[in-house]
Unconditional design. Structure first.
Lengths: 331, 268
């Protein structure tokens, strides 16, 4: 399995700026260090959408900045497309960055003029610039608005233009920092579809998506990493992360009738009338199997119409992971 | 090389498009130049043309060249740092620095329009001077003049890059700009000849590129001196350029590296 983006024991600290008052009152006191990353290991596979989840200050943006060659790590290595990020000239052509910052364009220029300027910076050959811009504007449904001033764009249009810019040089890796942060629900949904269907499924881009929108992560990402105070707390598929820290499994049955007692190690956690029968949710502990429960139900004469596994909520898993954080991180 | 040139042209075009979107402001600036020249035309009538250091050049013409080039030097001093600051505020710096274009190229090219605009302003000054105020310009040492202008551009760019590096390094206001701007205005023979200063402090003037630039331009355009008489000023300017430009580039590398380590490259 090839990896498009990797981090090995990445560490990064920043010095907190001291106020004039602090400088005057304690001139020799050592400035406080903020540990943004405390030894991050990540391995993002080629062609996957990988989510970076975490609360504010978890280190998501710092990690993206290191991958983008904007910040140097204190120690450890970041590798994109097989190249260490210290070799900027070899790394930058392989990546596109989509900011959450709406301002990152020239407001008095049109969308097309902005893209022309950035196309030169992104080393798009001169004869290909216009056709590439036309293609990208079409991809993000911006053809009609291309010659309007950027200042007149809506938030959704600005974000779509930012994606076009990141794709100007057709990089295999896209880093997206909260791309739907300022968008309304309809625009967010459209953008998610674009990311999944065109960038991921059709173009096969590797995408790292930093977000604290759990729904977005759930809808888009094949795997997730949860960052808390500069450490990776959990990595895995969305289902794996959801189940983290949960011993029990829950199943929902639709049955004609539920017996008062069954011979299986399960607990009924919900029981409600449903159509002409009942809908019952049971919880199985780690030692019990679904097979055993099914056998017990059939032996009790229960007519099972359907059975489905209920996945735990990602939000709950996220909250469990935050609570599980070791005490030394608070130091 | 062609690719780098095209990038500089892209910066020029970007800023030109922004500039022409403020048409009224552009027109007012040109009108402003005319009225400031008109004021100086009458003010300089009070100055004795035989004042030491004017070297026989009429006071208005002497001052006109000083004014035109002083603006050019201030542009060079402020442009790099102001542009970087502006890009940080706009949020566009990060988008540029994540592109395959090297950071030093981004910083250097970002001031391309200001330098071009500064040169256009110098030409506007000279056009007003000849067409409206009847100043006679000489062209018999054009080669030396062009070399002088090129060295002026390079030496002032060196100072400008130094100043931008200071901002990147310290994230503070820019004392280099303040200091150099004051020095240039006072010691650079912009408003009055250095010969008017006490002898003991005149050496400061020799350390400033603008002093030599103005000697070359005034000597060539206003006095009509042959190239041979401009060699000394050209040599001084060359030495200052050879010191300032590499120093600026060196400091910019140090500053960029430090800013990347601190994570402050795109902060304001």
């Amino acid at each position: 399995m090839s990896h498009a983006v990797e981090a090995f024991e990445l560490k990064k600290s920043f010095t907190r700026k001291r106020s004039v008052k602090e400088l005057l009152t304690h001139p020799f006191r050592k400035a406080e260090q903020i540990h943004a990353l405390r030894g991050v290991d990540l391995h993002v596979r080629s062609g996957e959408i990988f989510g970076l989840l975490g609360p504010n200050g978890a280190g998501k943006t710092t990690l993206l900045k290191i991958f983008s060659c904007l910040v140097l790590p204190d120690s450890g290595r970041a590798v994109l497309g097989g190249e260490d990020t210290v070799h900027e000239a070899r790394v930058k052509p392989q990546l596109g960055l989509v900011h959450s910052d709406e301002r990152s364009f020239y407001w008095r220029l049109s969308g097309r003029e902005n893209l022309r300027f950035f196309a030169r910076l992104y080393d798009v050959p001169g004869r290909e610039i216009e056709s590439r811009i036309d293609y990208l504007l079409e991809q993000v449904n911006m053809v009609d608005a291309a010659d309007r001033r950027f200042a007149d764009y809506s938030s959704g249009m600005k974000q779509r233009l930012a994606i076009s810019r990141a794709l100007l040089h057709d990089p295999p890796i896209l880093l997206m920092d909260e791309p739907t942060r300022s968008l309304d629900p309809a625009s967010s949904l459209a953008l998610r579809e674009f990311i999944r269907e065109r960038l991921h499924e059709r173009d096969g881009k590797t995408i790292i998506l930093a977000t604290h929108n759990l729904r977005e992560a759930e809808a888009l990402c094949s795997r997730l990493a949860i960052l808390v105070k500069g450490r990776v707390r959990q990595v895995g598929t969305v289902a794996e992360v959801r189940r983290w820290g949960i011993e029990e499994r829950r199943y929902r049955f639709e049955v004609a009738a539920w017996p008062p007692r069954i011979d299986a190690r399960c607990t009924v956690v919900a029981d409600e009338p449903f159509e002409d029968g009942r809908r019952v949710t049971i919880s199985l502990d780690a030692d019990s199997s679904l097979d055993g429960a099914l056998r017990a139900l059939i032996a009790a004469g229960v007519v099972i119409r359907s059975c489905e596994r209920l996945e735990p909520d990602l939000e709950d898993a996220f909250s469990r992971i935050l609570k599980s954080e070791p005490a030394e991180d608070d130091a | 090389m062609t690719r780098d040139l095209m990038k500089i042209l892209a910066f020029l075009k970007r800023d030109f498009l922004s500039e022409v979107s403020y048409r009224i402001s552009f027109i007012f600036q040109i009108v402003g130049i005319f009225f400031s020249l008109l004021a100086f035309f009458f003010v300089t009538k009070m100055i004795d043309p035989t004042t030491e250091g004017l070297n026989g050049i009429p006071p208005f013409e002497w001052l006109l060249v000083g004014l035109a080039f002083q603006y050019y030097f201030s542009t060079a001093l402020y442009s790099f740092s102001a542009k970087i600051r502006n890009e940080q505020l706009l949020g566009t710096l990060e988008a540029m620095l994540v592109s395959p274009t090297p950071t030093s190229m981004v910083i250097f090219s970002s001031a391309a329009w200001d330098f071009t605009y500064g040169a256009i302003r110098v030409l506007v000054y000279l056009l007003f001077a000849t067409l409206v105020f009847g100043v006679q310009l000489h062209t018999n040492s054009l080669g030396a003049l062009l070399l002088g202008v090129l060295l002026t551009f390079l030496s002032s760019a060196g100072l400008g890059i130094l100043s931008a590096s200071f901002i990147l390094y310290f994230k503070r206001g820019d004392p280099i700009n303040f200091f150099l701007s004051g020095l240039t205005t006072f010691f650079g023979s912009v408003f009055f000849p250095v010969e008017q200063l006490p002898v003991s402090i005149r050496w400061v003037s020799d350390c400033l590129p603008i002093t030599w630039s103005l000697r070359i331009v005034r000597g060539s355009l206003l006095q009509g001196l042959p190239s041979s008489e401009l060699h000394e000023a050209l040599a001084y300017l060359l030495v200052l350029t050879a010191i300032l430009l590499p120093l600026g580039i060196l400091f910019s590398r140090v500053a960029i590296r430090k800013a990347k380590r601190e994570g402050s490259l795109v902060q304001y």
